[in-house]
Design a protein. Structure first.
Length: 203
């Protein structure tokens, strides 16, 4: 092959490789990053036990079905469990949907389901007394709201849960903290900080 032809061929190959490399880089840069989850250190501090974080898993944790079962069918979701050495536990659920409008609708539905959860629980079990509290909004991204739910059975078992629903763009997240006790045991201020962290980590 003549030198000029060989040089021209090498130039074409170099340009082709350069264009391909730029295209792949653009495609890689355009791919949305997967939502990140809370870490153990993001949870409200426990007075006597460190938090440990489980693996991120496909599906829905059983604990969240208590209030949100009717709102979740049909969605691809992932979650992460958190535990202490005592009775305190937590979990985060994250769902990505197709549009911002769908995400906003899902977040609104979840908030409604949590607000009405206490009444539904009492109707389903005459041995159970449930009380709801609205702890208000958290100013983060497209917004978040914190709820409290206290349940007490006739035989004496009593539990307190804090739940939050937050949204960033097309992604909705739910965080739940729970332990034995009542509303006086709930670390509301720290949980609001955890909620803000959870939403900020979505993208």
């Amino acid at each position: 092959m003549p030198k000029r032809t060989r040089a021209g061929a090498l130039t074409v190959l170099s340009l082709t490789g350069l264009v391909l490399g730029v295209t792949l880089a653009v495609q890689a840069g355009a791919a949305p990053a997967a939502p990140r989850f809370l870490s153990a250190t993001d949870l409200p501090p426990h007075p006597s036990s460190a938090w440990t974080a489980g693996k991120v898993t496909d599906g829905v944790p059983d604990e969240l079905l208590l209030c949100l079962e009717d709102a979740l069918p049909g969605y691809d979701s992932r979650y992460r469990d958190f535990r202490t050495e005592l009775e305190t536990s937590a979990r985060q659920l994250t769902i990505e949907v197709g549009t911002k409008a769908k995400a906003a609708a899902l977040a609104s539905r979840m908030n409604r389901e949590i607000r009405t959860c206490a009444d539904r629980l009492e109707q389903s079990d005459p041995e159970l007394e449930a009380t709801y509290k609205d702890y208000g909004k958290v100013a983060v991204e497209e917004g978040a709201r914190v709820h409290g739910l206290h349940t007490e059975y006739a035989y004496g078992a009593t539990d307190i849960r804090l739940l939050s629903v937050g949204r960033d763009d097309r992604t909705v997240t739910v965080v739940e903290w729970s332990q034995m006790g009542d509303f006086t045991s709930a670390p509301v201020k720290a949980f609001k900080k955890t909620t803000a962290t959870a939403v900020n980590k979505l993208h």
